[in-house]
Design a protein around this ligand. Structure first.
Ligand code: ADP
Ligand code: MG
Length: 725
């Protein structure tokens, strides 16, 4: 076994960069060539079909059967010309990741031959077996059948030789079984609510879009070394491992030169992404050794999210060609930073205005302040729920781990905006009317905001939800998450907030108040009430935890209990009213979350027990036997001091028996938890009684790693996993 470790280390050192399969021509020449985008649609569809499809995409016009047939024919022709021989509905079930079932275009023609077939019916709807996907309570109460249905707002694309058609995935009875369905509903909800509020300022605005720019962090490890670590292979993180003497303390990795082997991987990933229309833009080393980041230019949220899902699949595939494995786990290594996926979120109008960007005139600035305050207020009202949206068995190791976002949601606004809101809050009575946006900034002695906001924001890296000049950056999202979950919650919360805001303002206007004054009055109230969510200090500090509790923010950190927020009466009300998720859907999805949590901890427990008993203890025993042999021989000769060796033997004995005890206890705790029927209580038991035992077992294993002969140690060590590339 140890021989294998040395072989793999040797191989890792000798891997050179794989030749990059990227062409010499420019991105503008191949960007989107595997996508059935606007250009392709124009070329492959009839004029009438193209126009009708645009109506469907932009205004949600229902699709007729004839139109579906026309589009399917064009899509098929394009796909066949571009090397596709299969098609699939591509969807995002609650397992995380994406699902696909490929069907060939080839159909028997009834005369002994085959024809390439693809009808509108196949494009629009299919019926994959829903019973094999998580559905929470829905599976028990309803039929197992499910439908996947085409999402015409997201273009089809070709991966390898398969035409992939983005679809939603719903139960026979209409409940969402995926991420895309509620995401689309939430985009609709925020569009309606935001457009209505925009009309206070500009009647010409017809639609408001949600934009998402994600930043994907990830680790790369050598594939051979990875294969020797059952924990990495089966759980995505190291369950044992002594920290390397050097890790990130020198901070010499961040923005450092990218190693050649990694660069080859990145270039190929970027090439494949660009061909699929993913507008990747930025790449760099992250803080931790072997940690990297990739970010595209932001897009409309639905498309951006599809692109992130697609990218995660691509990464894994391409990494293997370069003899790497990608780790998307939020905390693969103890003692060094984990990986997140910052979600940059903004709202923009069809007239091209970013609603989170300060404008030029007074009216635009009032509009900006209105949307800013509504967002802050929505985050305040739903801070526990937002945490639930990003909480998971894996991300729990990162949230609140003294690095990136704590397990308490707060928002950072920066000095200038804080001053603006403070001034606005303190103004009262009629003065509000004179207190237009321009004056706010003049009164605080500050020149036009746009330039200054950029310099002033984004300094606070400890904030989970920071305003960064023209968008909010939700940093608590996990690297392996589907961004949709965070976007669903944010958009729904925002839509609800905007609707309440509009109702309150309209009421005042009806009672005879001037529009501007009504808006200011309402904003002032919201500023006051949402104040507890604003925090510009150090989010990692212990003092903040206490302060946050005093402010009434959600400080729960137990993952299964954090999920309770999905079923709060307020959550049920908001989601029902906005038409995003019904109580049945919320219950089902929360059940899936508890189940997934339990399963992940269960697997980790098994793997930890297996590594400890089958990999570590036998080696420790072997080493101990060698020492015993030595001591015995020393005593035979006489006159030699066997004391230090006997000490070592005792220490091995101590740790080995502690590990054995720990593993037995772990097995017992699992058995007990498994007897619990209720999914929530079971998850709580797994959290409180099972996961809580891991650290102690690990501590003893890591101690043995320090003692036992390095040549015998079977598993690649941190220094090998993290510094060989
Ligand atoms: P940083 O690492 O400093 O946060 P990056 O440049 O890595 O910045 O990432 C910023 C991300 O924010 C990119 O994905 C970018 O496209 C996105 N972004 C920029 N402006 C907006 C906006 N108005 N709405 C949404 N996302 C945006
Ligand atoms: Mg960022």
């Amino acid at each position: 076994m140890s021989l294998l470790r040395f072989k793999m280390v040797d191989a890792a050192i000798n891997h050179t960069a794989v030749e990059v399969k990227a062409p010499k021509n420019r991105p503008s020449e191949y960007f989107g060539e595997q996508v059935f985008g606007h250009d392709q649609m124009r070329r492959y569809l009839s004029k009438a079909d193209y126009r009708a499809l645009m109506e469907t995409m932009e205004h949600g016009r229902p699709l007729t059967r004839e139109l579906a047939d026309g589009i399917a024919a064009g899509m098929k022709q394009w796909a066949l010309e571009h090397g596709a021989d299969h098609y699939t509905h591509w969807f995002q079930p609650l397992t995380g990741g994406t699902a696909e079932k490929h069907d060939s275009f080839a159909e028997p023609d009834g005369r002994g031959g085959v024809l390439e077939e693809f009808s509108g019916k196949l494009l629009v709807q299919q019926e994959p077996d829903a019973s094999s996907f998580p559905s929470g309570g829905i599976r028990n109460t309803f039929e197992a059948r499910g439908y996947s249905a085409w999402d015409p707002t997201s273009p089809a694309f070709i991966v390898d030789t398969t035409l992939c058609i983005p679809t939603i995935f719903i139960a026979y009875t209409g409940e969402a079984l995926d991420y895309k369905t509620p995401l689309l509903r939430s985009l609709e909800a925020v569009d309606q609510a935001a457009t209505a509020v925009c009309h206070y300022f500009d009647k010409s605005i017809e639609r408001v879009f949600t934009y998402l720019g994600w930043e994907q962090e990830y680790f790369l490890v050598d594939e051979g070394l990875w294969a020797l670590r059952p924990d990495l292979m089966l759980t995505g993180r190291t369950l044992i491992g002594h920290e390397s003497a050097k890790n990130q303390q020198l901070e010499d990795h961040y923005f450092g030169a990218i190693p050649a082997r990694v660069m080859a991987f990145m270039r190929e990933l970027e090439y494949e992404s660009l061909k699929l229309g993913i507008p990747v833009k930025t790449r760099h080393n992250e803080v931790a050794p072997n940690q990297f980041e990739l970010a595209p230019v932001f897009e409309r949220a639905n498309q951006a999210n599809d692109h992130n899902q697609l990218l995660m699949t691509l990464m894994e595939k391409i990494a293997r060609r370069h003899h790497f494995r990608v780790l998307l786990h939020e905390k693969p290594f103890k003692g060094i930073n984990g990986s997140g996926k910052h979600n940059n979120w903004s709202l923009g109008t069809d007239t091209g205005v970013n609603l989170f960007s300060p404008g030029k005139g007074a009216s635009e600035n009032l509009q900006f302040v209105t949307f800013l305050i509504n967002a802050i207020s929505a985050v305040h009202r739903n801070n526990g729920l937002l945490k639930a949206a990003v909480m998971s068995a894996t991300n729990a190791h990162r949230l609140g781990a003294g690095e990136a976002p704590p397990a308490i949601i707060s928002t950072f606004l920066g000095e200038q905006l804080t001053a603006v809101l403070d001034k606005l809050e303190k103004s009262h009575g009629d003065s509000a009317i004179r207190f237009d946006a321009k004056n706010i900034f003049r009164m605080s002695g500050i020149a036009p905001i746009p330039s200054l906001l950029r310099d002033n924001t984004d300094r606070n890296r400890t904030s989970p939800f920071a305003f960064t000049g023209n968008r909010f950056e939700f940093r608590a999202v996990g690297a392996s998450d589907n961004c949709a979950e965070a976007m669903i919650i944010l958009n729904t919360a925002m839509a609800y907030e905007l609707r309440r805001f509009k109702e309150a303002v309209d009421e005042k206007i009806e009672a005879g108040m001037k529009k501007e004054k009504a808006i200011y009055e309402e904003l002032r109230r919201m500023i006051r009430e949402s104040k507890p969510i604003r925090f510009d200090g150090n989010g990692y500090s212990e003092a903040w935890r206490e302060e946050a509790a005093r402010r009434g923010l959600d400080c729960e950190s137990s993952t299964p209990l954090v999920f309770d927020r999905y079923l709060d009466p307020l959550t049920l009300e908001i989601f029902s009213e906005m038409g995003v998720l019904s109580p049945v859907e919320l219950e089902a999805r929360t059940e899936v979350k508890w189940e997934t949590y339990t399963k992940k901890v269960q697997i980790e427990g098994r793997v930890l027990g297996d590594i400890a008993m089958n990999h570590i203890l036998p080696i420790a025993s072997k080493y101990e036997a060698m020492l015993l042999d030595k001591v015995y021989k020393m005593q035979q000769i006489g006159g030699l001091d066997a004391g230090p060796d006997i000490d070592l033997i005792k220490r091995i004995q101590h740790h080995a028996s502690a590990i054995q005890e720990g593993v037995s206890e772990l097995i017992e705790a699992r058995k007990e938890a498994n007897r619990i029927e209720n999914v929530r209580l079971k998850a709580i038991a797994y959290h409180d009684n099972v996961a809580s035992l891991f650290d102690e077992i690990r501590r003893h294993v890591d101690k043995l790693e320090e003692i036992v002969d390095d040549q015998m140690w079977p598993l690649p060590k941190y220094r090998e996993l993290l510094f060989l590339r």
